[in-house]
Design a protein around this ligand. Structure first.
Ligand SMILES: [Zn+2]
Length: 98
């Protein structure tokens, strides 16, 4: 999107997440239907916008930004949920702290 490739403008993501994000910078909050800027991990705190479902398998958006990001980046896609369920079973997930 014309940004730099300086380290402060980058964020490590797996191939699947990177493909889901693509060039998107905004998403639609499914509650208000408003167009919202997506979560920026370089500038925002994860726990302010997201939480884990009780079973640890799903990311729950708790703000408009969080909800729009969950939808836009497909954070609860079948692969991610399946992997998280295995991590929960192994006792590795969800993380206790950010
Ligand atoms: Zn990923």
């Amino acid at each position: 999107m014309g940004g730099t490739d300086d380290e402060e403008n980058l964020w490590l993501a797996c191939r699947l997440c990177n493909a889901f994000k693509g060039i998107q910078t905004h998403g639609q909050d499914p509650v208000t239907n408003r167009k919202i800027k997506l979560f920026n991990p370089r500038q925002q705190k994860w726990s302010r916008h997201f939480s884990w479902s009780e079973d640890g398998a799903y990311i729950v958006g708790i703000t408009a930004c969080g909800r729009a990001t969950v939808v836009a980046l497909q954070l609860n896609n079948a692969y991610a949920v399946t992997v998280r369920q295995a991590w929960v079973f192994a006792g590795w997930h969800p993380p206790q702290e950010e």
